[in-house]
Design a protein around this ligand. Sequence first.
Ligand SMILES: [Zn+2]
Length: 187
Amino acid sequence: MKPILYAAAIVMASAPALAQNDFSDVEIKTANVAKGVYMLQGAGGNIGLSVGEDGAFLIDDQFAPLNEKILAAIAAVTDKPVEFVLNTHYHGDHTGGNEPLGKSGAHIIAHDNVRARLAKAEAETPAAALPVITFSDTTTFHWNGQEIYIFHPENAHTDGDAIVYFRKLNVVHMGDAMFSGRYLYRY
Ligand SMILES: [Zn+2]
């Protein structure tokens, strides 16, 4: 069976909003990818969302000013809080929402190098925005009835990419490792 792939291909469409740094016109669009898995599109890298009994598991979080809109989109498909946020890499359109989510109690997960890069970023990253769980190679979440397998492709888009594979659903969240239809896009 061909896996369902989704990634940041829509990011280019959002460029004007990014340039103006004004997110007031951004709408979050929700697409159901598979049972219990959604893709949210707003501005920046697409967001993955797993919902179910255990709580919301978010993949990337775009920008802090979009946090309320993103939470509203999540609340439209689940009444459970966001328990985990995985950052697929350190870029701002994938980690910008970390601080508000971290403050509201979500546990942020990322590759070791993502945390290292955020921690030594020029504009100091607030503590609440830093991952509290990191991994070097692979990790698996047994969550919402799924096996959420997360692995690090070496030297892909950055030095800290994570690709997320929902084993039972054959769904892959690529992050920017797939960008504009190309695999292993290098920034
Ligand atoms: Zn990126």
